[in-house]
Design a protein around this ligand. Structure first.
Ligand code: SF4
Length: 300
């Protein structure tokens, strides 16, 4: 297959994949929401969860996005160093975003900064947003697609502390972020916490944290314990679905980390809402593809 043919295939597949991912929650998120529904005790919380599920079922039945805010398109890309079509990926994702805006349809959310004009097709300056990682000795391309809604972006923040401020400062920062603005993001949330050495690496890590499949944990036992402790503590705040009284403001807390400078500790916080429209799709080097990591028993 030549590059133009590969580009046409990827554009077509990604346009359809965006149409799927804006309407159907990934299997792991749907299952987790069911678990959360079972844990809530108040009648009001049960009604909210039942409304969520009703909405999610109707989105599939009526072939419409499951939330009106289909966000801005983010693509987190793990590209094998041997994948033969790296050069066409950005163009294909841009074109797929533009086409999906009309075929899905997606809300036209994208505004260029200084013209203050909506671009009309969800493409714009550096949009869709692409984040690349190169995987050595691998020939696949894995794309994690994420619809970044306004309510989910609002609580995002990052800060650098002195090491003497310690873990306590980090924990307080996470709690403040979730309790101040987290309710704008339609709880129950997936809270991504990035631990690094400066603001931007902590922020990127916090994004990578909440994109991780549910049921996975930080690779270090202390990181995993921090995830569990934060989840337990946040879920004692008395905030539930839709920010109303309840037992679970968070479905999960995920932590990602990098080594840090001896003189700094940095934390980033990003939250994802109950409508966590995050889907993984992998293209192989012959441009065949597979998205069963996120959706089983579904066709494009
Ligand atoms: S927070 Fe999520 S579910 Fe709520 S309006 Fe925004 S995108 Fe939709």
């Amino acid at each position: 297959m030549n590059k133009q043919e590969a580009r046409a295939v990827m554009t077509d597949v990604m346009e359809k994949f965006l149409g799927l991912a804006c309407k159907r929650l990934p299997d792991d998120v749907y299952a987790k929401l069911k678990e959360c529904r079972e844990k809530e005790t108040s009648e009001m919380q049960k009604v909210i969860y039942d409304t969520y599920f009703d909405n999610l079922e109707k989105a599939i039945e009526l072939n419409r996005p499951c939330c009106q805010d289909t966000g801005l398109l983010h693509f987190y890309i793990n590209c094998g160093s041997e994948f033969p079509y790296m050069g066409i990926v950005e163009e294909a994702l841009r074109e797929a975003t533009s086409k999906a805006t009309f075929s899905s349809p997606l809300r036209q959310n994208t505004v260029n900064w200084f013209e203050e004009r909506n671009t009309g097709d969800n493409t714009g300056e550096r949009m869709p947003w692409l984040h690349w990682e190169i995987i050595p000795d691998n020939s696949d391309l894995e794309i994690c697609t994420y619809f970044a809604g306004g309510g989910c972006c609002l609580p995002g923040c990052a800060k650098v502390f002195k090491p003497s401020d310690g873990y306590a400062a980090i924990v307080k920062y996470v709690f403040d972020a979730v309790s101040d603005l987290g309710i704008n993001a339609c709880p129950p949330l997936i809270v991504g916490v990035g631990l690094g050495h400066n603001m931007e690496n902590a922020a990127v890590l916090s994004k990578m944290a909440y994109l991780r499949p549910l049921g996975t944990h930080h690779h270090h036992p202390k990181g995993e314990k921090l995830e569990k402790d934060l989840l337990e503590g946040l879920n004692k705040l008395g905030i539930g679905a839709q920010g109303l009284p309840g037992n679970q403001v968070a479905m999960e807390v995920h932590v990602e980390s990098s080594a840090r400078h001896t003189a700094t500790i940095a934390v980033g916080v990003n939250v994802a809402c109950y409508a966590h429209r995050r889907g993984f799709i992998t293209f192989h080097d012959d441009m065949s593809y597979d998205f069963s990591k996120s959706y089983k028993g579904v066709e494009l």
